[in-house]
Design a binder for this molecule. Structure first.
Ligand code: SF4
Ligand code: SF4
Length: 167
């Protein structure tokens, strides 16, 4: 088997487990900012699509039918009913994203400038380390091949490790 083969089931399972950890960390670190103090909601209106206006970011860098099928199943489990919006298909109006552990690296690693500065102010150099690693993870990671997935898992593991030190 070549390292350029598609991501394996085992890699998907590890990604999902780490993504679930990161979701818990972000729930503590950023959820209330997104819900109550979002700078984009202030400028664009509370019903704006904010960070989720892109149609296909949910599957960015993902080259696995198994992952995408499991992703859709997770969305249904979280109340998604196949709605379509102007933005991402998994965004539920007035509720937010219907994914947790099956977000693409691009969605999972996204930190807006407002969140970045709040985390850095609150947690100092460790906060800076966390946001820098989040950005690197989100921007350069993908699940396109077995090789890329293994690099993605290493970056995600680092982000989760630093994140747990913050909460
Ligand atoms: S990530 Fe930033 S811009 Fe996006 S919803 Fe949260 S606070 Fe708003
Ligand atoms: S998958 Fe979720 S976080 Fe990503 S763009 Fe869609 S609604 Fe937003």
């Amino acid at each position: 088997m070549s390292e350029y083969d598609a991501i394996t089931t085992e890699q998907i399972n590890i990604y999902v487990s780490l993504a679930s950890d990161l979701d818990k960390i972000l729930t503590k670190l950023t959820k209330s900012i997104c819900s109550n103090d979002c700078p984009r909601a202030e400028t664009e209106g509370k019903d704006s699509l904010r960070c989720c206006g892109s149609k296909f970011v949910y599957k960015s860098g993902i080259n696995s039918d198994e992952f995408l099928e499991r992703q859709m199943a997770e969305a249904f489990d979280h109340g998604w009913q196949g709605e379509t919006t102007d933005g991402c298909q998994y965004l539920i109006k007035n509720k937010g994203c219907s994914l947790k552990s099956y977000k693409s690296p691009l969605c999972l690693g996204f930190v807006c400038p407002g969140i970045m500065s709040i985390i850095q102010e609150q947690y100092g150099s460790k906060g800076l380390e966390f946001t820098e690693n989040m950005i690197e993870f989100g921007v350069v990671s993908d699940l396109s091949t077995k090789l890329e997935a293994s690099k993605t898992l290493e970056r995600l593991e680092t982000v989760v490790k630093i994140g747990y030190e913050l909460i």
